[in-house]
Design a protein around this ligand. Sequence first.
Ligand code: AMP
Ligand code: ZN
Ligand code: ZN
Length: 458
Amino acid sequence: MTPRAAAPARKSSPSAPIAAQPTRLAAGILTALLAACGATPEPASPAPAATVRAAGGSGGVNDPAVRARPYVVLVSFDGFRPDYLHRFGTPHFARLAARGARAEGLVTVFPSVTFPGHYSLATGLYPEAHGIVGNRFYDPARDDEFDFRDDDAADGSWWGGEPIWVTAELQGMVTAAFFFPGTEADIGGVRPSHWRPYDGSVPNPERIAQVLAWLALPEGERPHLITLYFSLVDSAGHNLGPDAAGMRRSVEAADRLLGRLLDGVDALPHAGRVALVVVSDHGMAAPDPDRLTVLPDVADLRGVRLVAAGPAMSVHVGEPARSRALRDALNAGLTHARAHLREEIPARLHVRGTPRIGDILVIPDGLGLVGFRRVVERVRLLLRPGMHGWDPHLPEMHGIFLAAGPGIGAGVTLPPVEAVDVYPLVAHLLGLTPHPAVAGDLAPFAAALTEAEQEPAP
Ligand code: AMP
Ligand code: ZN
Ligand code: ZN
């Protein structure tokens, strides 16, 4: 594979979220009908529950032109902080790093929570451009709230930009997802060829078994891009706090899962064609008990809509004059936080381009929290030892990045990379033409990229 030139320089003012396309609805209905009729076969695999086969895109068969390309498994360990790799026994992460490249950290996006973080990894866009500005958020134009725990996660009309699996499908590649925010949705009418509704109770070894089964499919149907997601380290971080010695258990369990995946890949006849890209969506930190704000205690908020944006608060007011007056009233009362009109939010947070972030965003100082009374009380009582969502440039919010396989040099350590740079990297490894609107850049990986051998075309 010949490495292409680096993607164009990072764009400072990303495009607006791509609105729902009417064709998406039709494609979604078609997908549902096909699935209901059993018109598309299930993959040959030990999958315990139904893996849905989607219409659109590659149709589950690789275009002959892409069959000689490598395979990429994009693995996310939710909430995995880089220091865990040094504090605990992680021989399999070390094995992966020795074979390939690792970055000192991964700078995620604001708010540093699961849905925006993963979707920026997947699209190369900041939240103001892809539109997923929280696990939950309100869209004033739709007058509707997105909630990651209900059907919204599968409704493509919420999701802007073009995730890497859609880019791949549109260029004739089979893709598969064992979870990753966005993979359930019909984005631009396209889903991964294989995907499944999120179910956190599916045992982690089962997820790996399915990924290995996909990689063992005949070349025509074998997915070139597979996503895989684990939440165990994030859950432990919330429950114990990131500095607790007890984090050892989940971090070492994550390491064993990675070892199982590496062993399985190594046993494949085409192991040398499989690249692994291992990331996390954000880090974890203990909230600062001296910087807690119960927002409704600060000003009269009757008639406005409040939606938590991590430890910040989005305030939807609806009227510009009232927004300005409320911002001033809030700032007169706030001691550990600051209220910003949308256009005043620091540009480096990359959220002010979308009304979904609120007319006002109240951002806590440092690792403080601006929330509802119930949430603030839980933190005050030390019932929430670990949280995230803060400024992604804080080291505690950094995630991890490691990658090895064809196209990646061995033993390379990179300075921190950005979440938005992962889309250009994966597109490059797969020989895909990236979507032109991405904010991310391939250049930060330059020191780690090599010219990969390509299999002769079948
Ligand atoms: P957060 O609160 O931002 O730490 O979110 C982490 C949680 O998100 C995990 O514990 C999962 O329960 C949940 N999650 C992860 N992926 C998905 C998904 N695709 N759909 C719904 N929930 C998810
Ligand atoms: Zn997360
Ligand atoms: Zn979390």
